[in-house]
Design a protein around this ligand. Structure first.
Ligand code: FES
Length: 159
């Protein structure tokens, strides 16, 4: 990983990409979503403060554990003056996200266990297939195939 000399206070998008490991397109995306910010030079080129490195590291670490970008953005925006997250911020936020992650792992475990029932089945039934309707979201409202669009007899069936 290339080192950026301390005397350099602003980074080009290429330097930020090389140092953080995030693709340039990802950095542009983070910026478009308000997760990182830059200033423009007279030639309309982006320049990022060195703290962008830590913000990008924070974003990527959170993404790696499956935290949605919207949640990450919310967490960053709640920091005083939207400052760069400190070690303590990461520690506090990652502890809060752990419960969310535990829930997701439990849910995935349940889906994995039911997958063996589906292998070789293919019904994708809304009544009986847990993968097709993991939370039985429609079962509480109605039974059967009422979710299928109503079709007039003269309409062709689409594949
Ligand atoms: S595909 Fe038939 S039970 Fe899941």
């Amino acid at each position: 990983m290339p080192q950026i000399p301390e005397k350099i206070h602003e980074l080009t998008v290429g330097q930020l990409s090389a140092r953080s490991g995030a693709a340039v397109s990802a950095l542009h995306f983070y910026e478009a979503k308000g997760l990182i910010g830059s200033r423009r030079t007279a030639g309309n080129q982006r320049r990022y403060g060195r703290d962008a490195l830590r913000r990008v590291a924070f974003i990527r670490a959170a993404q790696r554990v499956g935290i949605p970008l919207a949640t990450i953005r919310e967490a960053l925006s709640e920091l005083p003056e939207e400052r760069t997250p400190t070690r303590e911020d990461w520690s506090r936020l990652s502890a809060a996200w752990r419960a969310e992650l535990d829930d997701r792992i439990k849910q995935l475990g349940r889906l994995r266990d039911h997958l063996s029932d589906c292998i070789g089945c293919g019904c994708l039934s809304l009544e009986t297939c847990v993968l097709s309707n993991p939370d039985d979201v429609f079962g509480a409202r109605m039974a059967g195939s009422r979710l299928l669009p109503l079709r007039r007899p003269d309409q062709e069936e689409t594949p």
